[in-house]
Design a protein around this ligand. Structure first.
Ligand code: ADP
Ligand code: ZN
Length: 523
């Protein structure tokens, strides 16, 4: 195996658990490997596949990456091929013949294909050295990336009892880990769990006021290494936001390029090439960007929209600092993000269970944003790892103050109760509620007679930004919830205990904002 490592891959030594994993699989054992992105999972099955007799069958859902992966292996002289839906029948027949004739070292297969009778019959006719199940978290219904086709992969254990199987993933909470073991029938496997900590990444999450300007400030201070602009990735949720942000950065002298699925293939290709080859390029992208990209010196990853899950956040921020040098994961997040994500979940097509799962993912992400404890410790605990405060995240470096927000929360909640119960009004958005609490004199307040409410003007101790901070945190913790398309707010089961004074509401003190305070809501 050392010879394969050196002569085929050109590496001098294994990293982390690689050596033990390779040894174990070469000897015919099953393995479950949890290793962060960039940790070197591929080698864990590629080396054993070359050492053992027969062809290694790799199950991967990332069809778009297969041809690149196979091309890279062929460059190294490995006899690799793939089978997926992008091929025509002739191409497939050629690969199938090569497999039967024992002319392949590695065969990449999409899970939906592996589950067909035809493909299984083919595999029975050749010699298999191992099965590698990549992105194994796809088997988890609770996970963020569930693929029904993965459920049938447990059958491989019964169909090929003598062939070792290795399941690999970078996203493993305790729950996902247990599901992988059970559903892929890996009860007898050895488990290799890597340290998920990325100590060279500094985590920072700031309150959103003017996201593009905040981003620019961040890039101008943290996106500079030795006086030179550094390479970075900015993630945004929508294509429109990607375009606008890239334009804004370019207009302000940053070498930025947009990247999303709506752009022409050649444009995307050129962008990727420049990003990989040139120094100091900033790519503004939707999450599609980055899968399988291996650039070691990415100095920062910025999020200007809230990711949907902690898994996603960890994977995206994990693209920073693969070379081990200091790097920053920065995010700006605000009330509108929470409202938007909750709305998207409400409107998603999935069944109730699916929505509940998405909700849990969002809640975990929000807890990370609003925590007053070490962000890294919180992140690692999410992945089932114990950790002490790190000294290298914003909450460790400048611990946020907390304050008792129970009274303002009660003022807001009773305003909502009175509007609904006493006046029979429909629910309102944050802006109008703040206007009532601050005793504003607006047309809507006059029209609807809202100045007669007993809570009118009882919230002048907070400015509008202060109220938005309270509302954001109340939405984040589920004490109030957005409803429908327009971001109106409603009460939840958690509202009552707060109103009755049975629970205290501890809130973060958001750092002072710049002079531009937004006083109007999105509605
Ligand atoms: P993962 O699939 O876990 O995200 P990869 O298998 O793509 O990670 O490996 C990440 C990078 O690390 C690749 O560029 C790979 O070539 C490199 N790498 C992996 N193992 C070693 C090693 N033992 N020595 C040097 N480089 C390695
Ligand atoms: Zn910390």
């Amino acid at each position: 195996m050392w010879q394969v490592l050196a002569s085929t891959f050109g590496y001098e030594s294994f990293r982390g658990d690689q050596e033990q994993i390779v040894e174990h699989v070469v000897a015919g054992g099953d393995a479950v490997v949890l290793m962060p992105t960039g940790g070197g999972k591929s080698l864990c099955y590629q080396v054993p596949a070359l050492v053992r007799d027969g062809c290694g069958v790799v199950v991967s859902p990332l069809i778009a990456l297969m041809s690149d992966q196979v091309a890279a292996l062929r460059e190294l002289g490995v006899r690799a091929a793939y089978l997926n839906s992008t091929q025509n029948p002739d191409q497939r027949a050629e690969v199938e013949a090569a497999f039967r004739d024992g002319e392949l070292d590695l065969l990449y297969v999409a899970p939906e294909r592996l589950n067909t009778a035809g493909c299984r019959a083919l595999l029975q006719r050749g010699e298999i050295s191992l099965f590698a199940i990549d992105e194994a978290h796809c088997v988890s219904q609770w996970g963020h990336d569930f693929r029904p086709d993965y459920l049938a992969l447990g059958e491989l254990a019964e169909l090929w009892p003598d062939v070792p199987r290795i399941a690999l993933t970078a996203t493993a909470t305790r729950r996902t880990h247990a599901e992988i073991t059970e559903r892929l029938h890996l009860g007898g496997a050895r488990h290799f769990v890597a340290d998920f900590d990325r100590p060279n990444i500094t985590y920072r999450i700031v309150t959103k006021s003017e996201p593009r300007k905040q981003l620019l400030d961040f890039i101008r201070t943290d996106g500079v290494v030795d006086g030179q602009p550094a390479t970075g990735i900015v993630y945004a949720l929508s294509r429109a936001s990607v375009e606008k942000t890239a334009d804004f950065l370019v207009a302000n002298g940053v070498d930025a390029m947009p990247y999303h699925a709506g752009l022409d293939r050649t444009v995307r290709h050129d962008t990727l090439e420049r990003f990989l080859r040139a120094d100091g390029v900033v790519v503004v992208a939707t999450i599609a960007f980055g899968m399988g990209i291996d650039k070691p010196d990415v100095r920062f990853v910025a999020h200007i929209d809230l990711p949907k899950s902690v898994e996603g956040y960890y994977q995206e921020t994990g693209r920073a600092g693969r070379d081990g040098l200091p790097s920053v994961a920065w995010m700006t997040y605000g009330l509108a993000d929470v409202m938007q994500q909750r709305r998207l979940i409400d409107q998603s097509d999935g069944d109730a269970n699916h929505r509940r799962v998405q909700q849990q993912h969002l809640d975990a992400m929000l807890a990370l944003c609003e925590t007053v404890d070490c962000r890294r410790a919180q992140l690692l605990r999410y992945f089932g790892q114990d950790a002490q405060p790190c000294g290298n995240c914003d909450t460790c470096l400048s611990p946020p103050n907390t304050w008792d927000g129970t009274v303002p929360a009660q003022k807001l909640l009773s305003t909502m109760v009175r509007l609904h119960r006493d006046l029979g009004d429909p629910p309102y958005g944050a802006g109008h509620l703040i206007d009532i609490l601050r005793g504003a004199d607006t047309a809507r307040i006059r029209d609807r007679g809202h100045s007669r409410l007993t809570t009118y003007g009882i919230g002048t101790d907070l400015d509008a930004a202060g109220w938005r901070s309270v509302i954001r945190q109340l939405v984040a913790s589920g004490i109030i919830a957005p409803q429908g398309d327009y971001g109106v707010l409603t009460l939840t089961d958690k509202s009552g205990p707060v109103l009755r004074g049975e629970t205290t509401v501890m809130l973060r003190t958001d750092p002072a904002r710049s002079a531009t305070r937004s006083t109007r809501s999105s509605r």
